[in-house]
Ligand binder design. Sequence first.
Ligand code: PGA
Length: 250
Amino acid sequence: MRQKVIAGNWKMNNDLNESVLLINEIKEKLVDRDNVKVIIAPPFTSLDRASQLISNSNISLSAQNMCYEDSGAFTGAVSASMLKSVGCEYVILGHSERRTLFGEDNSLINKKIKKAIVSNLIPIFCIGETLEERESGEMKNVIEKQVREGLEGISEHDLSNAILAYEPAWAIGTGKVATPEQAQEVHAFIRNLLKELYSEDLANKTVIQYGGSVKPENAAELIGQLDIDGALVGGACLKAESFAGIVNNA
Ligand code: PGA
């Protein structure tokens, strides 16, 4: 059985002091669950401290982005080895905010995923359609293109630990959550695509999270769907109580 994975994407929220407070509160409120993996993704500036604070817990650390190069003249960028050096095990790549606000395309995301994998960071690879794409009937084509191009040239072996996150852009930060049926339909589509591109074995073992307005009140029903293996949480992960509530309801 696939493990449930709940990840909190803090986005550009919480300075160092606020991060320390939130992590301590999360640690107090989380009930350890054998079958649920918990990941937090604070901003870069809090990662080092976060890693120290969670070292005696079952919480794992993720970054929210990464550069595809190892080092050099890339002002403002952060490399995989830098993330590893502050205790990151995961990195979120291809988030819709990176795609729409910062112009990241499938081929750039592909380079980042490859770099994460060779650096022993587990990518949380985000895909998802906009409202316009859904309403014009393009949803499946868009998602298929994101998956094919994002994973181009990556072997089954290299992909074996990767996490995918289906996040319909229209549900992110809008309070408009996909219905469990809508989400399940796309998750099954993505899993089937993995089967076509790789194998049934890989498709069956790959964790596919749902993201977009997940809250404690809707988490159980979403995560209860056959092909939904957890959640990538934005807004609701900024309060310890709601983040812990989602984990405890998963
Ligand atoms: P949201 O964000 O939970 O605030 O909708 C999810 C995400 O962007 O990962």
